[in-house]
Ligand binder design. Structure first.
Ligand SMILES: [Fe+2]
Length: 352
């Protein structure tokens, strides 16, 4: 049984990753090949020719069809083999699995599980990523650690003070208690930390130009298993959002992560930073991109180490959790529920 939930949507790539040609990526243990048709639709197929298993991603595209680079088996967008070398009759079983894809908010989502259960309405939204009024920088870092370690990391931002000091961490992050709420029905974990009088870390000081102390709000929404949203609000200390009307005096940064398992011990760490200020300022874009990548790489280095620690420990190791972990523990509980719900029922004994 995989450790990730089946029958779920996962981010496979950024829209811009899939243009001309074939794009390979393993998602939840499934080696997949992606391409974009002449009509602009994204196709996802199993990355393995049905004939001798050659990766289709090492093949080539012609008229929206993939022609295997080994023997020329040719597949259409549904994964059906439509041509094979040396014979007119194509075996009925000559097909590769096709995966359901939704492209939304500049992200390419793929459904991992039973194709009949894929519901595009259930893809969680991150509208800032390609909305007018926001500018986004982004990247993806490969993580050699299980996806659960990244979920733990992102749900507890008190680590910013220690792991990301000098970038986004200040003493107030670790000192300020959080509130945690869980919407069981919608399957969302909310974690909030509101700092009314905090040091402005370089990440925000340089990008916004604020030089004084700040109110800094971190409002997390985690939509298990894949999408993590951090609504970050920064304003000079003393400036609070108005009761009604636009929050014009604050700077808003929407930090988005997509946490996509690659294998049981590796993860695609997609990170995006959307801002509603300095929209055309290339210097701010460059700064935020470099800063956030550095911060992500600090996490990657720590989680890669943690993966080796977790792999080497005995099964009965008991970790300690405290108040800062309520978000992470809630996330683990929802993930466990999803893993159980997505696991196929065992066949009745004696059935064939
Ligand atoms: Fe971090």
């Amino acid at each position: 049984m995989p450790s990730w939930p089946m029958n779920q949507w996962y981010v496979a790539a950024y829209s811009a990753d899939i243009e001309a040609g074939l794009f390979a990526r393993t998602i939840c243990g499934e080696p997949l090949v992606f391409y974009r048709t002449a009509q602009g639709e994204v196709v996802a197929l199993a990355d393995r020719c049905v004939h001798r298993r050659y990766p289709l991603s090492l093949s080539h595209l012609e008229d929206d069809r993939v022609i295997c680079g080994y023997h020329g088996f040719t597949y259409d967008q549904r994964g059906q083999c439509v041509a094979a070398p040396g014979q007119k009759r194509i075996p009925r079983t000559a097909r590769v699995p096709a995966f359901t894809v939704v492209e939304q908010d500049s992200l390419v989502w793929v459904w991992i599980g039973d194709r009949d259960r894929a519901d595009a309405e259930l893809v969680p939204r991150a509208p800032w990523l390609d909305a007018a009024g926001y500018t986004t920088v982004r990247g993806m870092e490969p993580l050699k650690a299980r996806y659960g370690l990244l979920v733990d990391n992102l749900l507890d931002l008190s680590h910013e003070t220690y792991l990301h000091g000098g970038y986004i961490g200040t003493p107030e992050v670790a000192e300020t208690p959080i509130t945690t709420e869980v919407d069981e029905e919608a399957n969302v974990v909310y974690v909030s930390r509101h700092m009314d009088d905090a040091e402005c870390p370089p990440f925000y000081a340089t990008s916004t130009g604020i030089e004084c102390r700040i109110t800094r709000w971190q409002d997390i929404e985690y939509h298990p298993p894949c999408l993590y949203l951090l609504h970050s609000r920064i304003a000079p200390a003393g400036v609070h959002p108005p009761e009604d009307g636009p929050d014009d005096e604050a700077f808003h940064v929407e930090v988005v992560y997509a946490i996509t398992p690659e294998t049981e011990h590796s993860t695609h760490d997609f990170w995006m930073v959307a801002r509603d200020f300095a929209l055309d300022d290339q210097g701010v874009s460059k700064f935020l991109s470099e800063q956030n990548r550095t911060v992500v790489l600090q996490d990657v280095a720590a989680l890669d180490v943690l993966e080796r620690v977790v792999e080497s420990e005995k099964d009965d190791y008991q970790e300690l959790s405290i108040n800062i972990d309520t978000g992470g523990l809630a996330a683990r509980r929802l993930l466990k529920k999803l893993v159980e719900a997505g696991t196929p029922e065992p066949s009745p004994v004696g059935s064939t």
